[in-house]
Design a binder for this molecule. Structure first.
Ligand code: DAH
Length: 345
């Protein structure tokens, strides 16, 4: 019996050494240490032994059992450690590898300029308004003091949809819509960015679709000097602190007096170059004091209230700011063009 136990122990130890996974280990345990295992069956056979031998063999069986149990625990710990090591190895992350670049879009240069203009005017207390691109003749022309047959209508070749409905030729109708919505109350301080449409033949400086930003301020005692101050502040924030502006007399039916506004040429800082046609100045917008008739038509008492308005072309500003020499680049969506604006401010 002693030999039988010894053999069993050796056999169990040999097989334990061969176990390579937890399931094999479990099988091993059932086979040698389980209730129906080999040790147990030896223990059962002890009944046939003489009473003197029993404690001896009992002791031996217990020794073998505890040796096997101990070996089992060690093996189990070893397998667990190995499994963990393998897992760590397989899931290792090399933190020194460069990251994979995720392609990110960029803000379109026109939207970028619009946002910049909005930020500047919001900082000056303006709100951003919107209006429809499909407009009525009334808002686009009549309410802006441009009656039918007025020669100023020729200045703006219009896409008519019907006799009364058209694609707006400028963002100025939003002035009237805003004034009507405010119902005679002040202050009115808005800018309105948006698309406008004209029957132009497209070339490097003309497009049948382009973008304007309109501005309007109406309150008591608004003067031309307010207009000048706002536009100077705008020019300096947009193009740099050294900027000067210059107002030249002009004509728009919806303003009186009317002016065209130049800023210092950003290419030559005013010295004169090809871009500013050697004048040192670049025209960027039209402006003026809101015509009393426009105020009256929109329900404002022009004796009490005055205002100024301005309108600028966004493409023109973007072209000057970024040195773009063809307006069509803004619309063809060539990624090689657009990508260049990824890191510019
Ligand atoms: N609407 C004019 C245009 O499209 C630009 C303009 C000029 C707007 C003078 C104004 C303004 O608000 O006061 O050419």
């Amino acid at each position: 019996m002693k030999e039988q136990l010894q053999k069993l122990r050796e056999q169990a130890m040999d097989e334990l050494a061969k176990c390579e996974a937890q399931n094999e280990l479990t099988e091993w345990k059932v086979q040698y240490l389980g209730k129906k295992g080999e040790l147990t069956s030896i223990l059962r056979g002890m009944g046939q032994l003489s009473p003197e031998k029993r404690p001896l063999v009992g002791q031996l069986v217990n020794d073998v059992r505890s040796a096997l149990e101990h070996a089992y625990e060690q093996k189990e710990a070893e397998l667990k450690r190995k499994a963990l090591e393998e897992k760590l190895k397989a899931e290792a992350i090399d933190v020194t590898l460069p990251g994979r670049m995720v392609p990110v879009g960029v803000v379109h240069p026109l939207n970028r300029v619009i946002r910049e203009i909005e930020d500047i005017f919001i900082g000056l207390g303006f709100e951003v308004a919107e209006g429809p691109e499909v407009e009525t003749d009334y808002y686009n022309f009549e309410a802006l003091n441009i009656p039918k047959n007025h020669p100023a209508r020729d200045m703006q070749d219009t896409f008519y949809l019907t006799e009364e409905i058209l694609m707006r030729t400028h963002t100025s109708p939003v002035q009237v819509r805003t004034l009507e919505a405010k119902k005679g109350t002040v202050p009115v301080r808005i800018i309105c960015p948006g698309r406008v449409y004209r029957r132009d033949d497209d070339d490097a400086t003309h497009s049948h679709l382009f973008t304007q930003v309109e501005g309007l301020v109406v309150d008591r005692q608004i003067r031309m000097s307010d207009l000048k101050g706002i536009l100077l502040t705008f020019a300096r924030q947009m193009f740099g602190p050294e900027q000067q502006i210059r107002l030249r007399p002009s004509y728009f039916p919806f303003t009186e007096p009317s002016t065209e506004v130049d800023v210092t040429c950003m290419a030559c800082r005013g010295d004169g170059c090809r871009i500013c046609k050697h004048t040192g100045w670049i025209e960027i917008l039209g402006a003026g004091m809101v015509h009393p008739r426009v105020l009256e038509m929109a329900g404002y008492d022009s004796e009490t209230y005055t205002g100024f308005a301005f309108g600028m072309g966004v493409e023109r500003i973007a072209m000057l700011k970024y040195g773009v020499d063809d307006i069509r680049y803004f619309y063809v969506n060539d990624v090689r063009f657009l990508k260049q604006f990824a890191s510019r401010s």
